[in-house]
Design a protein around this ligand. Sequence first.
Ligand SMILES: [Ca+2]
Length: 240
Amino acid sequence: MKKIKYIVFSGLLVLGFQNCSPQGFSQVSPQAAAGIADAGDGAQTVCNPFSNSQSSNSSDCSTGDGLLGNVYYFLKGVGVQNYIDLGILLPIYVQMSDLNIPQRSWVDGFPGPNGVKLTQADGTDLNEYFALNLKGYLQLNSSYPSGAYEFAISSDDGAILNIDGQEIVNNDGTHSLAWACSGQSVQLTQGTKHNMQVRYYQGPRIYIALQVFWRPASMHNKPCDSTGGWSIVPAELLSH
Ligand SMILES: [Ca+2]
């Protein structure tokens, strides 16, 4: 088996890649996705890395193509932009078909290309202190009318949603499962590709969660929690 090790910043982080059986892996051209940092020559894309042992996420990346992004490692970082600004850019891309990870124990760690886990310098699985910067488009199809929508995030740890360059939901910070909802509605137009960015980080292990919800703005008076009539933003509307 071929094995390549990356030793970054004096052994702070070691990533082990091997050619083994694939788990949620797909070939994509990251260069085609505007706004994604170049993760280096030969960087491959891991598809739905949080889908192992989870029924609500498919390991198939083909539905709508989802969002694409970079992964950063920053030991004991706090706040998503802190990771992106100061963390180590890992030599992989992540593609997520949807944003629907209910809170779960995630001891399995981060799958790398070809299903081989990424590990930290001490040999333990990379299951904490990493961030995702995901980008792409939200485009309403004929099933969803143009109009005002509200958004919400349920996450563990922090996450921020931007649409068309505006910060819509801020659930940032190191915390256990928590909800945050948009303070303002967003006007979406059928057929228009609205820019969408989701920044997320997993602070201390072992629990993770990242769910991005929406609802018509007419439901504004309902609660900002699981009883508020929220639905997961449909995977079919996400692309990059
Ligand atoms: Ca956590």
